[in-house]
Design a protein around this ligand. Structure first.
Ligand SMILES: Cc1ncc(COP(=O)(O)O)c(C=O)c1O
Length: 378
């Protein structure tokens, strides 16, 4: 199978990821819960994981790398931990439902939201985001790269005005963490949410929320931490104050191995390889008669998430044919980002989405182009 669904979860993972998960399950030990060697070893493994994942994301304090189940969990912790009745949030139509749905829920408790529009390629103008600020704006939430069109947003400009205007900046780095060199501290990001199972190459069931120095969150989950057990309240210390319950130690061990792979290879090299694929695949796809391509045409303006439709064809049939006849795995539909499709002009049908990962080759992209040329002729 040619796997082109890396925007959902990367596959395959580096061999070291499988080995690390296996080792952690066999070793056992619940970090921070007991005083025996297995528990200490697990605690050390988890601490080291915070450091390497932080290094990939440009976060220098491992205690502020909070482990979660996925990006959705991270985004919920961030939004619900910050926002209170009367607060206003500026965000965009390009967001995933993991931002839009928590915000919708928060609107019922008196939080106000402004969704800033995007152009037909999915770009959101930072000046339009800044223009949406009100006296009660507390947070700007931005999807760094769209999981529909791949469009990269100008996080630097948004970070700069957030700093200037004293606003919190939440970056959804689900499609950029591990795929694009990131410097959370340099960008002035206060809250960075990322899945562990996409570009960071960890297993499913892993995610991170990175908090900048000085950012405090109210808790969303309370429970055991193995520390301050005499208290009814969650400990103030991080990371345990935001990590109630037993961690996914095997998943975190795998995530650390994924992060180490990225540090060894260099995220810049992953980015270079994916831009090379984009430089080939975008003009090729655009040249197929009847193929509608979404998002920017310049590789530098996007990540390797490529959405398209064959005119007059049901995307589900195209996806099915790619799988059945050509052994190519893609995803079809709305990709949990309905408003992005409205901006791009692909609502309500959605798109067929091919998303490349660090182990895809130019030959994989060529196979996709060949298959689509044939399907377009049928
Ligand atoms: C932009 C974006 N945000 C959030 C998410 C949610 O990620 P997860 O499935 O890890 O919760 C995704 C997943 O596709 C995404 O692409």
């Amino acid at each position: 199978m040619i796997y082109l669904d890396n925007a959902a979860s990367t596959h395959p993972k580096p061999e070291t990821v499988y080995a690390a998960v296996d080792r952690a399950v066999r070793t056992g030990g619940n970090p921070g819960r007991s005083g025996h060697r297995a528990a200490f070893d697990a605690a050390r493994e988890v601490f080291e994981a915070r450091a390497v994942v932080g290094e990939v994301l440009g976060a220098s304090d491992p205690a502020r790398v909070i482990f979660t189940l996925n990006a959705t969990h991270s985004l919920n912790l961030a939004l619900k931990g910050v926002l209170r009745r009367g607060d206003h949030v500026v965000t965009t139509v390009m967001e995933h439902n993991s931002v839009l749905r928590p915000l919708h829920r928060l609107e019922a408790s008196g939080v106000e939201t402004t969704l800033v529009a995007a152009d037909r390629e999915g770009h959101v103008d930072p000046a339009a985001l800044e223009g949406a600020i009100r006296p009660n704006t507390r947070l700007v939430a931005l999807c760094h790269a769209s999981n529909v069109s791949g469009t990269l947003q100008d996080a630097e400009a948004v970070g700069a005005f957030c700093r200037r205007r004293g606003l919190l900046f939440l970056l959804d780095a689900s499609q950029t963490a591990g795929a694009v060199p990131l410097d959370a501290e340099g960008l002035g990001v206060h809250l960075l949410a990322a899945p562990g199972h996409k570009g960071l190459l960890g297993p499913q069931g892993t995610g991170v929320l990175v908090l900048a120095a000085g950012v405090d969150l109210a808790t969303v989950l309370e429970g055991g931490t193995g520390t301050h057990s005499e208290q009814r309240t969650m400990p103030d210390e991080l990371p345990e104050g935001l990590e109630a319950g037993t961690l996914n130690t095997p998943g975190i061990a795998g995530l650390a191995a994924g992060a180490r792979y990225l540090l060894d290879r260099g995220v810049a090299d992953v980015r270079r390889a994916e831009e090379e694929i984009l430089a080939y695949v975008l003009p090729e796809l655009a040249s197929i008669p009847g193929l509608l391509l979404y998002g920017p045409r310049e590789p530098a303006a996007r990540v390797a998430v490529v959405s398209f439709n064959l005119e007059g064809r049901d995307g589900a049939h195209v996806g099915f044919a790619l799988d059945e006849a050509y052994g190519i795995a893609v995803r079809v539909g709305l990709h949990c980002a309905p408003d992005a499709h409205k901006a791009l002009g692909s609502f309500p049908a959605g798109t067929v989405r091919a998303s490349f990962g660090p182990f895809n080759t130019l030959q994989d992209a060529e196979a996709l182009v060949r298959a689509l040329r044939e399907l377009a002729r049928l």
